[in-house]
Design a protein around this ligand. Sequence first.
Ligand code: NAP
Length: 330
Amino acid sequence: MRAAVCSEYGPPEVAHIQVMPAPAMSPTQARVRVSAASVNFPDVLIMANEYQMQVPTPFIPGSEFSGVVVETGDDVGTAASTVKVGDRVVGTVLCGAFAQEVTVEAEMLTPIPDGVDLSIAAAFGVAHRTSYHALRSVARVQPGEELIVLGAGGGVGLAAVQLGSVLGASVTAVASSPAKLDAAAARGATKFVNYREVDLRSALKELLPGGADVVLDPVGGDLAEPALRCLRWGGRFVTVGYASGTIPRIPLNLVLLKGIQVLGFQFLNFAVNAADEMQRNEAELLDLLVSGRAVPHIGATFAFEDVVAALRMVADGRAIGKVMLDLGSQ
Ligand SMILES: NC(=O)c1ccc[n+]([C@@H]2O[C@H](COP(=O)([O-])OP(=O)(O)OC[C@H]3O[C@@H](n4cnc5c(N)ncnc54)[C@H](OP(=O)(O)O)[C@@H]3O)[C@@H](O)[C@H]2O)c1
């Protein structure tokens, strides 16, 4: 098979496509012929060896994929809930998805509902799930609340704009360009700040004189503190990532003065510690996808050969919504 391989840690440019043996499969695993893969910011961090978990080189990057099951291990079983050859599935892995084939534990694969496109399914995983769990279970967003989304044109941010609107919040989108804010408007945001053109804190105070109820922050850096300062008394600040490359340091007196709650969301820890809540949220999300109420925005699709360009777009923060790799014609 052909796969994108990282033989050393570094920027997106270290990835190169090479022919290699198909991955081995254990008896509890399934082999999936990959059709579409989604490029996520953590893929860039893993390649740079800047992620919270280290993957030894050489490795195949890529954490989110959809495709068709072409083989199952002897112990995969035949229960109705188990995937079988021919099923269209979506899956998430730490790495290995930027390849023609991937092998994963069969129970980690989710069948794609009829009528949902393979690339839409692959685009829906990490970003929408992160945003939904963070908004629904961590921030506990309520209808009518004011929600500020930083990085509102990116994968997690644009999903948060859309899902915050679905949850009934009034969404203020913060991003660096008119194109990103336009995308946020199309997904339900009603107030907008281009922080490159205006002072973020002043603009938010003007737009939200009563303060915001919730800030969702996948960016960190210089945006976090001014956004936090615009929370009303008792507001919630949810940190989900640091795409800016800088983990913000917030003076705790700001938290004290307004009774603010600073909360965090991390996918794997949430899965382990809040399994029931996660299961409920995932069922709700699937329903939103199938009903067409939460369809991901695919801003760019690259041919597999252009995997470096796809990763570079994400690394540079130029992605609008999701960036996809098309392996369907392989
Ligand atoms: N906690 C979790 O479980 C979890 C799950 C998934 C992702 N994450 C994290 O969430 C963050 C966002 O992920 P994403 O998929 O939304 O990424 P993305 O699509 O690349 O969006 C990130 C946004 O960050 C902003 N940004 C500011 N400075 C940047 C820089 N130097 N480089 C890149 N982007 C920059 C950009 O918005 P502007 O142009 O508007 O500034 C960009 O749109 C990442 O740190 C990721 O690791 C966390």
